[in-house]
Design a protein around this ligand. Structure first.
Ligand code: HEC
Length: 139
């Protein structure tokens, strides 16, 4: 089964009537999930997460405006948790095992299923890599 995720596509806008480039814009579309190297968390973040959370993780990606809930500022997870990075909770959240996901009301995709659709054996490695990546992003 093909799984779809949101992706941001940079498109070039042409000014009506004038043959010149007016500026780059980002468009958000659904596209089949693309494989990325399992060991490259930065590439995974840019490919899968930045569309909502923003390149810097601050919650300001191009798809953020169209979501019911504002994507979390991922640079402040520790700050919101008395200065400790809650690794287990973050991994469960990314995977989609948290209570919100269980009740089907969260905006964030369940990455466990999506990563298993790429390869069952490496899904947990991807989640662990992303958790470490977020940990290094804390301000
Ligand atoms: C479609 C938009 C979207 C995408 C793509 C997305 N997220 Fe999220 N994320 C959200 C939203 C919205 C929230 C806020 C809670 C909710 O779901 O209602 C959130 C919350 C989170 C949280 C919880 C933060 C906290 O303080 O508890 C983590 C961790 C997280 N996202 C990580 C990721 C990672 C890692 C990826 C990429 C693999 C990702 N997100 C991709 C929308 C998204």
């Amino acid at each position: 089964m093909v799984r779809y995720v949101l992706v941001a596509i940079a498109s070039v806008m042409l000014l009506a009537g004038a043959a010149r480039v007016a500026g780059a814009q980002q468009r958000v579309e659904k596209a089949p999930i693309k494989p990325t190297p399992v060991g490259d968390a930065g590439k995974m973040f840019d490919t899968y997460c930045a569309v909502c959370h923003g390149k810097e993780g601050k919650g300001d990606g191009p798809a953020a405006k169209s979501l019911a809930k504002v994507p979390a500022d991922l640079t402040k997870i520790s700050a919101r948790n008395n200065g400790t990075f809650p690794e287990t909770r973050v991994k469960r959240y990314i995977e989609g095992l948290d209570e919100v996901a269980a009740h089907g009301t969260r905006d964030m995709p369940m990455w466990g299923d999506l990563f298993r659709s790429l390869n069952r054996d490496t899904a947990q490695l991807r989640i662990a890599g992303l958790s470490d990546y977020l940990k290094a992003m804390q301000k």
